[in-house]
Design a protein around this ligand. Structure first.
Ligand SMILES: [Zn+2]
Length: 426
C-alpha cells in the first residue's frame, strides 16, 4: 500500500528495529522465568511445585495472548491501517513536493540558511502555493456524495466537508491527517513504532488488548522475580543478576504498558481518541445537519444544498424537477466548546470499540464495530447530543418518508410518461 510508511527515516528505522528489541526482551524474560525461576529454583532446588506451576501457568497464558494480540495489531496496521484514499490530485501534489525537496537538497538548504534573495522568496512562494491544494470546487467532486447522502456530517464553515490539502481529498468525520505517514487516518489514535505503525480505528481494540496482556505478563514477571529474590535472600544465597535484570526490564515495560492501557481505556469510555483528547476541552464541532428540502437559513444557522449548483445561473434558475427532488438541504451548526457528538455513554462507547461480547473484549478476533458502522444517518453512531442540537437550533423536523415518497412518485410518473410516449411512437 503506497504512502502508509513513515516518511521520516528515523521513524522508519525505529519501526523496523523495535520489534526485534521487543522479541529479544521477551525471549530473555521467558528463559529466566521458566528455566531459572520456576524450574531451577522453585521446583528443583526449593521443592515448591505450587508456586512454580502457578507462576508458569499465568505467565504462559498471558505470553500467548500477548503474542497473539501483537501479531493481530501488527498485521491490522500493515494490511488495513484505515487510511482515507488519496484524491485524484494527490499524485501531482506528491510529485511537486518531491521536486521541491530535491531542489532544496541541490541548493543545500540555501533557502533556510540565508534569506532575502529574490530567488529564495520566489521558491518559498511556489512551495506555499503547490502545498496548499484548495478544496475541489467541482460540484461533482469525487467522494462528495458520500457525505451529503448522510443526514449529518462534520463540515467546514461553508458547509462542505473538511478538506485535506495533502491527501487532496475530503476528510470523513473523525479522520485526522497523520504527519508521520502523510495520510489521513480514520479515528487516528497515534503513531506507534512499538506495534509497527499508525494505530487507528481498525487496530485500536487489538492495541489495547496487546498493552493489557503485556502489562499482565510484566506483572507476573515482577511477582516471580520478587518472590525469587526474597527466597534467595532468606536462604542467604547470592543475588542472581539475571533475575534482577528481568525485574528491571519488566518494571520498565510494565509501567509503560500499564499507563498506556489505563489511558486507552479512558479514551474508549469517553469515545475519544488520543488526538481528540488533546483538544477535547476546547474543540467546537461544526456539523451539516439535514433539514427538510428548501428550508431557509435561520437566525443562528446557515444553509447549504447538495448536489452543489454547477454555476450561479443554474442556481437561480433551479433546474429540472428531478434535480429539485434530489436536493438535500443541510443546516450548518456548531456545538458548544468541548461537546462530543459521538459520546454514547461509557458502556456503548466501550462496545463500539471493543465489540459486543466478552470474547471480543478479551480475544483479538473481530474488529471494532465502529470501524464497520454502516448507516445512512452518519459516519459514526451519533450520541444524544445530536437530537439535542436539532432542538437547540430549532431545526425543522426532517420528514424522510415524505421526501422519499415524493421522489418515488415523481420517478413513477416519469416512467409512466416515458412508456406512454414509447407506445405512441410505436
Ligand atoms: Zn490527509
Amino acid at each position: 500500500m503506497r504512502g502508509v510508511k513513515a516518511h521520516r527515516p528515523e521513524t522508519r528505522w525505529a519501526t523496523r528495529t523495535i520489534p526485534f528489541v521487543l522479541a529479544g526482551c521477551i525471549g530473555f524474560a521467558t528463559y529466566v522465568i521458566i528455566q531459572r525461576i520456576c524450574l531451577d529454583y522453585f521446583l528443583f532446588s526449593w521443592q515448591q511445585p505450587t508456586i512454580a506451576f502457578t507462576l508458569l501457568g499465568f505467565y504462559c497464558v498471558f505470553l500467548v495472548l500477548m503474542i497473539l494480540t501483537y501479531f493481530r495489531v501488527f498485521f491490522a496496521i500493515q494490511l488495513n491501517p484505515g487510511v482515507v484514499p488519496l484524491g485524484p490530485k494527490a499524485d501531482e501534489q506528491t510529485n511537486t513536493r518531491r521536486r521541491d525537496r530535491r531542489r532544496r537538497r541541490r541548493t543545500g538548504g540555501r533557502r533556510r540558511s540565508h534569506t532575502g534573495s529574490e530567488d529564495d522568496v520566489e521558491g518559498d512562494l511556489e512551495a506555499a502555493i503547490s502545498y496548499e491544494v484548495r478544496p475541489d470546487d467541482n460540484p461533482d467532486s469525487p467522494g462528495l456524495e458520500e457525505f451529503y447522502s448522510k443526514d449529518v456530517f462534520v463540515c467546514d464553515t461553508d458547509g462542505r466537508p473538511r478538506w485535506c490539502s495533502t491527501c487532496c481529498n475530503w476528510k470523513p468525520d473523525r479522520a485526522h491527517h497523520c504527519s508521520e505517514i502523510d495520510r489521513c487516518v480514520r479515528k487516528m489514535d497515534h503513531y506507534c513504532p512499538w506495534v509497527g505503525g499508525i494505530v487507528g480505528e481498525t487496530s485500536f481494540n487489538y492495541f489495547v488488548q496487546f498493552t493489557f496482556y503485556t502489562a499482565s505478563c510484566c506483572l507476573v514477571l515482577i511477582v516471580a522475580a520478587a518472590l525469587c529474590l526474597q527466597s534467595l535472600a532468606s536462604r542467604g544465597s547470592p543475588v542472581d543478576g539475571l533475575v534482577i535484570a528481568v525485574l528491571a526490564i519488566s518494571s520498565f515495560f510494565g509501567l509503560f504498558t500499564f499507563t498506556m492501557t489505563a489511558t486507552s481505556i479512558r479514551y474508549i469510555l469517553l469515545n475519544l481518541t488520543n488526538v481528540d483528547y488533546l483538544k477535547s476541552k476546547s474543540i467546537v464541532h461544526q456539523l451539516a445537519v439535514r433539514v427538510p428540502r428548501g428550508t431557509p437559513p435561520g437566525i443562528n444557522y446557515g444553509i447549504i444544498s447538495y448536489p452543489l449548483p454547477k454555476s450561479t445561473d443554474e442556481q437561480s434558475e433551479l433546474t429540472s424537477l428531478r434535480d429539485q427532488l434530489a436536493t438535500r438541504t443541510f443546516a450548518i451548526i456548531k456545538t458548544e466548546m468541548g461537546e462530543n457528538p459521538w459520546e454514547l455513554g461509557p458502556y456503548r462507547n466501550w462496545k463500539s470499540v471493543m465489540g459486543n461480547t466478552i470474547w471480543d473484549w478479551v480475544l483479538p478476533i473481530r474488529g471494532s464495530p465502529c470501524a464497520s458502522f454502516e448507516n445512512n444517518e452518519s459516519f459514526y453512531e451519533m450520541g444524544p447530543l445530536y437530537p439535542r442540537l436539532r432542538e437547540r437550533f430549532g431545526l425543522p423536523e426532517l420528514n424522510v418518508v415524505k421526501e422519499a415518497s415524493e421522489r418515488k412518485e415523481f420517478e413513477k410518473r416519469k416512467e409512466r410518461q416515458a412508456s406512454g410516449t414509447h407506445t405512441q411512437d410505436s
